[in-house]
Design a protein around this ligand. Structure first.
Ligand code: FEO
Length: 173
């Protein structure tokens, strides 16, 4: 990749997506331990999505003739006070990722790299969806106060989530 500033930033985002995957897998383990297999499934699918995002950055860097440089992935938090606290952390984290993607778009525009800007637009849309789907779970949890029969119903609902790999057409959408 001729633009080394962007190459470095894209590699940093690759690492951040790996960390997101690691964080959500850690949450999945927390929920499995708490006996909430539906929440565990939802987080596991979330982790798979993040790994797919990381691989999209991986492939894009190579496609542009750049060098992928993998660096240490930070160890994630392993315990949460409650299911509500964990889901709140997902939303906080996704908001942080949204601002990272927006900063990357700013950088691509500043560096006049239109191809990277187009590549990043998929992630701009994806972040809107991600924040919306976490908000949905969070609102349901708040509604039932995070306990009782409502938890059983939400858990059953979250058990239905399945991983769908991002397709070429959705990447270009
Ligand atoms: Fe890869 Fe949840 O953003």
């Amino acid at each position: 990749m001729s633009n080394k500033v962007l190459e470095k930033a894209l590699n940093e985002q690759l690492n951040a997506e790996m960390y997101s995957s690691y964080l959500y897998l850690s949450m999945s383990a927390y929920f499995s331990d708490a006996g909430l297999s539906g929440f565990a499934n939802w987080m596991r699918v979330q982790a798979q999505e993040e790994l797919a995002h990381a691989m999209m950055f991986y492939d894009y860097i190579i496609e542009r003739g750049g060098r992928v440089v993998l660096t240490q992935v930070e160890g994630p938090q392993t315990e949460w006070e409650s299911p509500l606290a964990a889901v709140e952390d997902v939303l906080t984290h996704e908001k942080k990722v949204t601002s990272m993607i927006n900063n990357l778009v700013d950088l691509a525009i500043e560096q006049k790299d239109h191809a990277t800007n187009i590549f990043l637009q998929w992630f701009v849309s994806e972040q809107v969806e991600e924040e919306d789907s976490v908000n949905d779970v969070l609102n349901k949890l708040k509604l039932i106060g995070g306990e009782g029969n409502g938890m059983f119903i939400i858990d059953k609902d979250l058990a239905l989530r399945v991983f769908t790999p991002p397709t070429q057409s959705s990447q270009n959408a």
